[in-house]
Design a protein. Structure first.
Length: 281
C-alpha cells in the first residue's frame, strides 16, 4: 500500500508539472476558435489544432518549473521538481517529446501558421526564461493571446486586416491576465526574488487593476468592431458577458479568494476572444 501511494503521488506530481488546468483550458478554447465559420464541421481538422496547442502549453508548463527550480527550492518547495518527486532529467525529456509532437503537428498546417505558432511558443518561453521576474512579465501574455487568434485564422486561411485589432486589445488584456495569474502565491514569488509586474503594483491594487483592465478590454471590444465597420451585435454580447465576469472577478478578489481568480481570468479572456473572432468574417 505505501508503494502504491508513492507511485500515485509521483504520477500526480508528473501531471501537475504540466500545468494541466491552464493547458486544457487554452486547448479547449483553441478548438472552439478552430471551428470553420463556413462549411461543414469536421472534427478531423479541429482536433489536430487543439492537440498542437495542448502540446505547446504542456511544454511551456514543464519548462516553467524546470527554469524555476532554484527559486522554487527556496520559496515553493512543494512543487513537483523542487520536492524531488520529478527528476529534472525526466522533465526535460517530457518537454522535448511534447515539443517534437507539437512541431510535427504544426508542420501540417503550412509555413505561415507554423511561423505564427513558433512566435506564440517563443512568447511562453520568453516568460519562463526571465520576463516573468521583471516589470515586463505582462508582455508575453499581451502578445500570446492575440497570436492564438491569428494562428487559428491562418490555419483556416482567413486573415482579414481587422484581426490586427487583437494586438491593441491584447495590450489591455495581457497585463490583466498576468496579474490574475500571479496573485495566487504572490508572497512566495516575492520571497523567491521575483520582481514581476504584480510586485511593483502591489497585491491589493493589482487585483483591482486586473478587474479594471478586464472591464476596459470588454468596453473596447465593440468599439474596434465598429471602427472596422462590421456588425457589432456579437461583440456587444461578448463584452457584456466579459464585463459581468469581470465584476465577479473583482468581488472574488476583494474577498481574497485568489485561487479562483485565474480560472475566472481564463473565462473572461475566452469570452472576449470568441466574441472578437465571431465578429470578424
Amino acid at each position: 500500500m505505501p508503494a502504491s501511494g508513492t507511485i500515485s503521488r509521483r504520477l500526480a506530481a508528473h501531471l501537475l508539472l504540466m500545468h494541466p488546468f491552464t493547458s486544457l483550458a487554452v486547448a479547449g478554447v483553441t478548438m472552439v476558435l478552430a471551428i470553420p465559420r463556413a462549411g461543414p464541421f469536421d472534427i478531423s481538422r479541429i482536433l489536430p489544432v487543439g492537440l498542437a496547442m495542448l502540446l505547446i502549453q504542456l511544454t511551456i508548463g514543464i519548462t516553467n518549473d524546470l527554469l524555476d527550480r532554484p527559486y522554487d527550492a527556496a520559496a515553493k518547495p512543494s512543487k513537483p521538481i523542487a520536492s524531488g518527486q520529478v527528476n529534472p532529467g525526466t522533465a526535460l525529456i517530457m518537454a522535448s517529446g511534447l515539443l517534437i509532437g507539437a512541431m510535427g503537428l504544426g508542420l501540417r498546417f503550412g509555413p505561415l501558421p507554423m511561423g505564427i505558432m513558433l512566435f506564440g511558443l517563443a512568447c511562453g518561453l520568453a516568460y519562463n526564461l526571465g520576463l516573468k521576474r521583471t516589470f515586463f512579465s505582462w508582455l508575453p501574455h499581451a502578445l500570446a493571446a492575440p497570436t492564438l487568434l491569428l494562428w487559428v485564422r491562418a490555419i483556416n486561411g482567413e486573415l482579414p486586416g481587422a484581426l490586427l485589432w487583437a494586438y491593441p486589445l491584447g495590450l489591455l488584456l495581457g497585463p490583466a491576465l498576468n496579474l490574475a495569474n500571479q496573485l495566487f502565491g504572490a508572497e512566495a514569488a516575492a520571497a523567491s526574488g521575483e520582481r514581476s509586474f504584480l510586485y511593483y503594483v502591489g497585491i491589493r491594487p493589482g487585483r483591482r487593476l486586473a478587474a479594471g483592465l478586464f472591464l476596459v478590454t470588454a468596453g473596447c471590444l465593440p468599439m474596434v468592431i465598429l471602427i472596422s465597420r462590421l456588425p457589432v451585435r456579437i461583440a456587444v454580447a461578448g463584452a457584456l458577458g466579459a464585463a459581468g465576469l469581470s465584476v465577479v472577478f473583482l468581488v472574488v478578489a476583494e474577498l481574497d479568494r485568489r485561487v479562483a481568480l485565474w480560472p475566472l481570468a481564463l473565462a473572461i479572456a475566452a469570452v472576449l476572444g470568441v466574441a472578437f473572432h465571431l465578429s470578424i468574417p
